[in-house]
Design a protein around this ligand. Sequence first.
Ligand code: AMP
Ligand code: MG
Length: 296
Amino acid sequence: CYTIPSRWGDKMIKTPTRYLSMDPKLPNLSHLQQAAEILRKGGLVAFPTETVYGLGADALNPEAVEKIFIAKGRPNDNPLIVHVANPKDIKPLVRKIPDVATTLMELFWPGPLTLIFPKSDLVPNSVSAGLDTVGIRIPAHPVALALLKAARIPIAAPSANLSGRPSPTSATHVLKDLNGKIDAIIDGGKTSVGLESTVLDITGQVPTILRPGGVTYEQLEEVLGHVEMDPALIQPELNAALKPRAPGMKYTHYAPRAEIWIVVGTEEQVAKKLKSLVDENRAAGKRVGIMSTEEM
Ligand code: AMP
Ligand code: MG
């Protein structure tokens, strides 16, 4: 049983989380039906996508969508991505499909590219966090696709972690954050990309990356000729100052619970300190990995 501080005051949510496991190569039909039924009734289901695990709810049911924000402790001005099974499913959700979208959908869907469209009235404001746009993608994961097809509804799904924590790439990660707060989880093994989808705004003159992710700048540039990066990606303080176009980027991401050391000094001093930290931690029985630039 958990107390979640939220805009609704401290809310208690207590749900036994149903654990549904399946081989992604051979999705289990009975488990899929159970998960689809929960979603159709307005419940929350975590499921694997090729990027990270998502926390899904019926995108057209405002009450179901609200539960996502409560379970994650997510600020309500951070919009959700809507997942669909087929390109034709976006029609009722958007006011306009720009030409460039058709090309991008053909090339990158299913895949880790979220496109921002002008939203239709069918999409609740809670999904878009009050913006008049909606982010949509088709995930490239057999379990996610099978679930979308079984549920026959668009599924709003942010990453299935507590707000601010790293995005989950396995069911174990999801349960650490959300066990008891969501109705079910589909365990389909580890996700392959391990990084969120790229968010691309195609509502303006020049396609603009609002969040870097699984599809690279270079891949988009090759197809589109010209792509811009949202200025707030380079100067995050802009996101706080202006009405943010990439609202999610103003919040802390990927904050692991770990001790941080900042080592300052000449290259030699830094190397020496690193070595002593490695030795110390190894002596304490820990395994140590070092990620570094080539120069170091
Ligand atoms: P998450 O799935 O947790 O990675 O969160 C979804 C992210 O997609 C948000 O934090 C935003 O950065 C982005 N996003 C979703 N919808 C929109 C939208 N309509 N406009 C701009 N960015 C969006
Ligand atoms: Mg997230």
